[in-house]
Design a protein around this ligand. Structure first.
Ligand code: NAP
Length: 246
């Protein structure tokens, strides 16, 4: 149970982030739903949580913006007095083959997925160090482990998230803070919904369990890493990929 815990999920208006917010609230945590553009959808997630007798708040922040992250973390800390669980879920893709990839597509993906995770970890770790406890969970991807044609930017960002997770885990362990990553494979969300039927079929053929995962499959792994049962786990990457990469 996560009763009494304050949990923040970035990019929680839809997809995996939404499922994580709902699952953490189901366990009793009070959840801060962060959005970038999807204000209405984040309000709908808050209402869904409240309809199940949970507690939630909605806050806007562009994780790729340094000042926006600083203000966001301060606002959460001021509102609740503590932050127990922080999930860096916000992420984007801008796929293109290496030879055709623009500098802009490379930078945008790195700034949101990698720098965004760094910025949020940087500010929230200051609060967790003072508390002498906390859980940070970062969304990586199996693409950061195995690579993927057409995704050099995304693969670099998600491999970087793994390196940052392990480094932060070593830095913060002495202060009672665990830092772990979850690496999903193909999950049914808007991110994978844009892939052609042919690409989706090819992907399914690489998955031993034979189908895409659901956002709830990823949320279960995040809830576990946030729970008391995972207190001796840090610096790890938990793959939720139907056996795709092993
Ligand atoms: P999604 O449906 O495309 O949702 C992405 C979320 O990220 C949205 O809520 C979006 O917020 C938010 N976001 C994007 N840029 C942001 C920014 N600058 N600041 C704050 N929020 C921002 O993606 P998803 O499939 O749920 O993926 C969630 C995470 O899992 C990502 O990190 C992704 O890389 C990772 N992942 C997904 C898969 C998959 O198969 N789906 C596989 C491996 C890893 P707004 O809507 O408010 O703009």
């Amino acid at each position: 149970m996560l009763t009494g815990k304050i949990a923040v999920v970035t990019g929680a208006a839809r997809g995996i982030g939404r499922a994580i917010a709902l699952a953490l609230a189901e366990e009793g945590a009070e959840v801060v739903i962060n959005y970038h553009h999807s204000e209405e959808r984040s309000m709908a997630v808050k209402e869904e949580i409240e309809a199940r007798d949970g507690k939630a708040a909605v806050m806007q922040c562009d994780v790729s913006d340094y000042e926006s992250c600083e203000k966001f973390v301060s606002a959460v800390a001021e509102m609740y007095g503590h932050i127990d669980i922080w999930v860096n879920n916000a992420g984007i893709t801008k796929d293109q083959l290496l030879m055709r990839m623009s500098e802009e597509a490379f930078d945008e993906v790195i700034e949101t997925n990698l720098k965004g995770t760094f910025q949020c970890m940087r500010f929230v770790s200051r609060i967790m160090v003072k508390q002498r406890c906390g859980r940070i969970i970062n969304l990586s991807s199996v693409v950061g482990i195995a690579g993927n044609a057409g995704q050099v930017n995304y693969a670099a960002s998600k491999a970087g998230v793994i390196g940052m997770t392990k480094s932060a885990a070593k830095e913060l362990a002495g202060r009672g803070i665990t830092v772990n990553a979850v690496a999903p494979g193909f999950i049914e969300t808007e991110m994978t919904g844009v892939l052609s039927e042919k690409v989706q079929e090819q992907a399914k053929n690489q998955i031993p369990l034979g189908h895409f995962g659901t956002p709830e499959d990823v949320a279960s792994a995040v809830v576990f890493l946030a729970s008391e049962q995972a207190k001796y786990i840090t610096g790890q990457v938990l793959q939720v990929d139907g056996g795709m990469v092993m």
